[in-house]
Design a binder for this molecule. Structure first.
Ligand SMILES: [Zn+2]
Length: 318
């Protein structure tokens, strides 16, 4: 690898990698400031912060696989009766957001380091890949099992998509700030990024070797804010004949909630119902579940007809 010098891939980025002679591609991600920005408004307990941090690292890894610039990945983990009712993350053009709904009392009972099973019980992870310019939209579903959400994704790729994969995510609070990292390597049968998959041999002789090297990564390396992603790649694969570093994408916090959209939702309620929603300050308060922004909406005047405007958007930002 000629360009092994750290190039500043220390924070809030996801970068691609290729091992051409092994027929494998990879992604490495690190989240620092963007994680603080997403987590801070929610005031989640540490267990939930870590869960969402892991999930956001995974979402960024999956998002970076999209070939469509306007493509979106949505990850939704839910249970019927778990401590965590719902976890949603999404990725659109380098923008990340996410939120968690959970039962605080039951979380406290689960202790400081609950297992994934304690959090989700019998839960499912739905991953939606949406690539509008390619007219592609599909959803994969995987049972939530294993050590962490990275393992759930790994099983999903191996079992549902028949792509041998290794996925690791980790998150840790260091000096009062969350850092998350992740790595994903996948066997590509044709050894070429972007080529349609025709056949995948699950027993490809090169894959176990790649999986062992990639799998040797430690959680502390994924979350080390002083270890650049390309330096980590080099550390794992320096004995390989060829390691290619691909383009990186900067990651930011992004939400698509808008006052106009929220107004249009509120306007569908009759004025009498709107009157019941008004808070002490005279406004209807609507909080965005993702970014926790609070929007004050003026209620309709009594006697006014409800706004008949229909809204075509399926966005669940609020
Ligand atoms: Zn928002």
């Amino acid at each position: 690898m000629a360009d092994a010098k750290p190039t500043g891939l220390l924070e809030d980025a996801v970068v691609g990698a290729m091992l051409p002679t092994r027929g494998a591609r990879g992604r490495l991600v690190r989240l620092t400031h963007v994680l603080d920005a997403i987590l801070a408004p929610h005031n989640y307990p540490p267990v939930i912060e870590k869960l969402l941090a892991d999930a956001l690292a995974l979402t960024a890894l999956l998002g970076s696989l999209l070939k469509d610039e306007k493509g979106q990945i949505t990850m939704q983990a839910q249970t019927e009766s778990g401590v965590v009712d719902l976890l949603v993350c999404d990725y659109l053009a380098g923008q990340l957001r996410g939120h968690v709904k959970y039962d605080g009392d039951r979380l406290a009972e689960a202790g400081p380091a609950p297992t994934l099973f304690q959090l989700f019980g019998k839960g499912y992870l739905a991953i939606t890949f949406d690539q509008p310019s390619r007219k592609e939209r599909y959803q994969g579903i995987a049972p939530i099992e294993g050590e962490d959400i990275g393992e759930v994704a790994q099983s999903y790729f191996a079992q549902s998509e028949q792509i041998p994969s290794l996925v690791r995510v980790a998150a840790e609070k260091r000096d009062g700030h969350w850092v998350a990292g992740g790595l994903m390597f996948q066997h590509l049968p044709e050894g070429e990024e972007g080529r349609d998959r025709l056949h995948t041999k699950l027993d490809h002789p090169d894959w176990p070797h790649v999986a062992i090297l990639a799998g040797s990564v430690k959680a502390g390396e994924l979350t080390d804010p002083t270890l650049a992603l390309d330096a980590l790649l080099w550390r794992l694969f320096h004995e390989e004949d060829e390691v290619r570093l691909l383009a990186s994408t900067a990651l930011t916090k992004g939400c698509r909630c808008s006052p106009d959209y929220i107004k249009s939702v509120i306007a569908r309620f009759p004025p009498e119902e709107q009157a019941h929603m008004v808070a002490d300050d005279g406004f209807i308060r609507v909080d965005c579940a993702f970014c926790a922004t609070s929007f004050p909406i003026a209620p309709a005047a009594p006697g006014a007809a409800p706004d008949g405007a229909t809204d075509e958007r399926g966005d669940d930002a609020v």
